[in-house]
Design a protein around this ligand. Sequence first.
Ligand code: PGA
Length: 253
Amino acid sequence: MRKKIAAANWKMNLRFEQGVQLLDNLLGRNIQLEDGQLVVFAVPFPYLIMAMEKTKGHKNYFVAAQNCHNKQSGAYTGEVSAEMLQSLGVPFVVLGHSERREYNGETNALLAEKINEALSKGLQPIFCCGEPLQIREEGSQNSYVEKQLQDSLFHLSEEQLKHVVIAYEPIWAIGTGKTATSEQAQEMHLHLRNVLAGKFGEAAADDVSILYGGSVKGSNAKELFSKPDVDGGLVGGASLVADDFTLIIEAIK
Ligand code: PGA
């Protein structure tokens, strides 16, 4: 079944004690989630165990890593494997964020390997895609994002796709305060769902949660998430502010 998801992407922000405080604040509000409504905190690696302990017992509140390596194990100093995350019980991993594509040279092909590695360890990837401003201005965003899906996800089986969440994050909207309109988001999400339907079948495509990311705030979440193919959000800046992220959680309900 398709789920509504409010996912916080803390990126490289917050000292440990600030992260503890933020989670205590948010979880202390006791916002009850129904079946099919999920909150996911993508926190920095050193905070994963803390966040797992904090969310324990809070129904449908989960933790995600922000990345994992494409190889199973070995001489990759400084890297974190999917198996390590699995061994901690981390259920989700964000893969292919545009910041990693840009600053760490992550390609569609590498991300296909990371997706495989994550799925093979029982992790659910939150696979990020999205076009830069220039592509949007040229009007070729649909084929650009379609190719990201083709190259990184089309080798999967229908069964594997069930464990993948997609986050459409137009790069021009990330951290810029320039949100895509709910119509722009809906148009792309519908396109992506059709692309998935063409490959995996209608039923499988209908089950995939497609999140929108890029300057989601407490003030625009409800409008964005009201669109039929927008199943929640992946939220950076506003996820660091308890009152703002609370409104975003409320918006999936
Ligand atoms: P933003 O970031 O909400 O600060 O725009 C979103 C993201 O990069 O996931």
